[in-house]
Write a protein that binds this ligand. Sequence first.
Ligand code: NOJ
Ligand code: CA
Length: 551
Amino acid sequence: MSAPHSLVNSPADWWRHAVIYQVYPRSFADGNGDGIGDLPGIIHRLPDIAALGIDAIWLSPFYTSPQKDAGYDVANYCDVDPVFGTLADAEKLIDTAHDLGLRIIVDIVPNHSSDQHEWFQEALASEPGSPQRARYMFHEGKGDSGELPPNNWESVFGGPAWTRVIESEGTPGQWYLHLFDSSQPDFNWENPEVWEMFRGVLRFWLDRGVDGFRVDVAHGLIKEQGLPDNAYAKEAPLGNRGPFWDQDGVHEVYRDWHKVLEGYGPDRMMCAEAWVLPLEKMAWYVREDEMHQAFNFGYLATAWDATDLRNVINESLSAFGGVGGPSTWVLSNHDVVRHASRMGLEYQSEGQPTGIGPLSPNKPDAGLGLARARAASALMLALPGSAYLYQGEELGLPEVIDIPDEMRQDPTFFRTSGERYGRDGCRVPIPWESNAPAFGFNDTGKTWLPQPDTFSSLARSQQVGVAGSTLELYRSVIELRSKHALGTGSLEWLTGYPDSVVAFVNNGVAIIANAGDGDVALPEGDILVSSGELSDNLLGPDTTAWVKLPS
Ligand code: NOJ
Ligand code: CA
């Protein structure tokens, strides 16, 4: 059990309006200098993160894992991988965060395990039809001798979603399902043993004081009865259509987990990673007896376009409000191109690119992207609801494009023979100091992905206390958001602005975001913050300002 801490008086529904910062452990801070971030590194840097004014931290997986998918391939859900530290480090991290007034959300990966998980190893060593195999999705193949996969499903990372095993007699046998890499076999959620195992995992971390869980692939656990062919096989890989996404049965799982969390008090929460559209359907995940948040990926995928932004904001508030939940705004995470680059792309309408690399035809304009990203973040943090930040966005970090092929690590790159660059570009270790080895990520200079020279001027040390820096913009906006209670406020659209401007009032603060080409006059009042320089009270293109209206 965790020690008493400074959060005991915070409201039980803190998550409704929280600003939550995602730490990606591999790339945050490296305590032992081996080139991979770790838990002691995070503990050391926690005060810097608390200084941003955030409410909570979400940690991507640090569990025992062969790291085939950067930790989303879990071999033991109740222990820490030696690359990240020890269980004692995890406990210390939770307690240190709590003492700093920060809540801790950990990742849980229930759709699949690593192929190195003890259950999968037992399944491989057991006969077809055995209880050990029944914990995963083993099926006979099609064709005269079962030589064809059971259906046409494709892996999100590219290639078939089925792999055939060699049985004990040395001949090819059954196939197992993996919606992701072949090293990530899908669990069989029709099996009560799987339900019981995950209840135990939740309790294990709740017993150690965690405040919540981010639920990986929350919409994928249940597959359609009979495993029919996927009629939408040619759609975008992160699309939500197909016989393995968003089946009604998944909601039973979260109703069950809700009860487990309730047993630990009213303030524990879960956030769904569910790429489900329309948002009205995504909102089902945050019904009263299920989860508490669901990442608003509809918002993340919206281009820097005022009409599209107004529409998605309206749709979000109505969808999530309709089930009594908050909208959970987000612009970046470890799976998407960083928004400082995404918003500088010429053709944003093409949607979310699956990575940008040296040969990508559509390359971002860095200056434009950064201006828009700052404006977009200042807009997002003024919206009622909760918001997630991804480590490094507060520094304005861009996607790293020039990663040599031989250094890339994302399974997406390999499974598509390089056709999709994948997610390495948003996962590069972040810069803390401009003139230190690995920009202060560690003191040896080793990094698991190469850092570009441009990180030097973006390092935290260059931005702390510097008026107008991206870091100080985030800090001011988060402070003002809390002071004016915008997270628990409500939105009223302002009229009289051009279509290319997003303008609304929240708790007496006018938010004006200019996505057009011309200047826009700001309303009368006190200018609280602006994402770019103003001249004569005029808001230039790609800039957002907050103005306290006279009461
Ligand atoms: C979503 C995670 O965010 C991503 O990084 C991972 O590769 C897949 N789920 C599979 O676990
Ligand atoms: Ca390390």
